[in-house]
Design a protein around this ligand. Structure first.
Ligand SMILES: [Zn+2]
Length: 70
């Protein structure tokens, strides 16, 4: 029975991973996108039309936690 252990690890990883909220203007939909492995860019896609978006992080990081995507 390894399943509970795997779930525990993945939940721990998710809570550590940074995310931002994005409002997709294309579909008037809201979704979270997560930081990439290099910690340089937030990457995600629109939950409805699957358009991909990226939010670059500057040297000082992102000040805003919510973004609009076109
Ligand atoms: Zn969309």
């Amino acid at each position: 029975m390894t399943e509970p252990e795997i779930k525990k690890i993945s939940e721990k990883g998710l809570s550590k991973r940074k995310w931002i909220g994005v409002h997709f203007q294309c579909c008037q939909a809201y979704s979270r996108i997560y930081i990439n492995k290099q910690n340089t860019t937030y990457e995600g896609q629109c939950p409805r039309c699957l358009k991909k978006v990226r939010v670059r992080i500057g040297a000082e990081g992102t000040k805003n936690r919510f973004f609009k995507a076109w």
